[in-house]
Write a protein that binds this ligand. Sequence first.
Ligand SMILES: Nc1ncnc2c1ncn2[C@@H]1O[C@H](COP(=O)(O)OP(=O)(O)O)[C@@H](O)[C@H]1O
Ligand SMILES: Cc1ncc(COP(=O)(O)OP(=O)(O)O)c(N)n1
Length: 289
Amino acid sequence: MTSKVLPCVLTIAGSDSGGGAGIQADIKSFQERDVFGTSVITAVTAQNTTGVQGVFPLETKAIEQQLDSIGEDFKISALKTGMLFDVSTIALVVDAIKKFSWENLVVDPVMVSTTGHILLEHEAIETIKSQLLPLARIVTPNIPEAEHLTELKIDKDTDIIRASEKILSMGSHSVLIKGGHGRSEIAEDIYMDQTGSLIRLRSRRLETTNTHGTGCTYSAVLAAELAKGREMEEALMTAKRFIQAAIEHAIPLGHGHGPTYHAAYRHHGIKEDVRCDHETVDLFYHGNK
Ligand SMILES: Nc1ncnc2c1ncn2[C@@H]1O[C@H](COP(=O)(O)OP(=O)(O)O)[C@@H](O)[C@H]1O
Ligand SMILES: Cc1ncc(COP(=O)(O)OP(=O)(O)O)c(N)n1
């Protein structure tokens, strides 16, 4: 018998009963990337491919005890946050990250489901900005989330650069603004970090409505790769390839937006290349927060 020590990764997120997003997407992605997944559930959602039918936040004590159970027993090599729902949950998570000195934090600032259901109370956006982002190695907003974080309207490329700079000024080490909500033929995600390094990750936009859980899956793979000690650029490339395959082979389950297929990268790889182009930018705020 062989024994192997797997890096442990933690997801702090909401449960999706439909299995396509949230904790369920994260644990499936961790397993696919060969890391050991642990979880802290912040809320239970009654959800399926047609939408979110109910949101049930867990009581503070339940969240606090899960954080302590993980922190007191496991060596966490990377973690991600997803649906945090309210100010008190974010405060608990921030305290635990500091108390257990957790590093490699990936913040997926989940706010609203594709179907329009609120997954983060509006007043909690400020708490994410002021308390969670300064601890993040990377934050991964989609376009609407980046607009909420920055209060900027994002229409074109230069808007994304400006929004990225503004998010970096909140203290995150890096930011990836995802292009899933765009309309062009290329699904382009733009990464920027505190050194002014800019990476454009590009893939062909796939014509499908089965994209439930793409953001959760992407950030979970990023966390898994960082837990293994991969450099950020390599982690980004793996995550982009993984999500491209997962969307390409998405499963037409249910009556609405079907889930992506988490095992697709392992079974099928990817047919086409994901491109990764580099630039550098002069950061407008010169690192001054
Ligand atoms: N139709 C699509 N074709 C190819 N890639 C996509 C498509 N939709 C989303 N993606 C990719 O999925 C990842 C998650 O992006 P996005 O859907 O914007 O996140 P979220 O689920 O948080 O809204 C990104 O890499 C994005 O480019
Ligand atoms: C419990 C839960 N967490 C997060 C989401 C949002 O998932 P995401 O991958 O960001 O995007 P959509 O699936 O909404 O496109 C969720 N729905 N449920």
